[in-house]
Design a protein around this ligand. Sequence first.
Ligand SMILES: [Zn+2]
Length: 270
Amino acid sequence: MAAKKVTHNVTHVESTTNSKEELLAVTKKNAAPYRIATVILWILGLVCEVFAVLFFTSKLEWGVLCEEPGHTIAWIAALALDLILVVIGSLLWKKANHTDPASKKDKVKFWIQNNLGVIIAAIAFIPFIIISLTDKNASKKDKTMASIIAAGALVVCCLFGIDWNPVSQEEMLTNAGLYDSVYWTESGTVFHAFEDCPHLNHSVNLFEGKSADAVKAGKTRMCKTCQNKLAALAESGETVEKSHDDQTEAGTEENTEADTEADTEANTAE
Ligand SMILES: [Zn+2]
């Protein structure tokens, strides 16, 4: 086996997490500031949309804003601010969802929580598009410009609002409770089952400890490469050996085996 030798400086972390309930309590507390900030930013974003509508339809008769270019600048600026606030809110919302995920058992809540960024993006721009297109006083040129700009902003907002990699409470707890020895780095967002994971090749200083403590340190899930490797090992019935072998090609169908097993274990542990 042509193993690439990488030496790490591993710091062992003494476990401070006793139970899944405790872990859930910690992560829940941590997510609250993000959620509050998100709600404030989204509300401010929607206020900006209202101003964009008022400026565009010339409902606000503020001298300079009734004439060009003040009028155009005003509604574009309001839309731009709307975009910035909603995007920052969506990023914080995703951060909160990864810290304190929804349970997969409640499918509706899980879907809404993980797609709220997209829903808010729609609310933040579609009403403006409809109102600007149906405004009787606006010129055709203004209507076209308004709908193109708002539609572009909507697309950008949706791209930031989508959680491409949503985490469920079950996944987080499974990850947290299952593994006694995992590795993570100070700056990383995931933890690893194998010290010789290729993603750790460039990191000199590693922490080693229970996955519950990795989650506490903000690493909410296991890295995909390690997950695939574990799944492949479970499938082949091999024991986990820590060697750097060929890259696993389990592909996009990740974590089915490992997670099912882990779920069973998590349930019986109650
Ligand atoms: Zn890894």
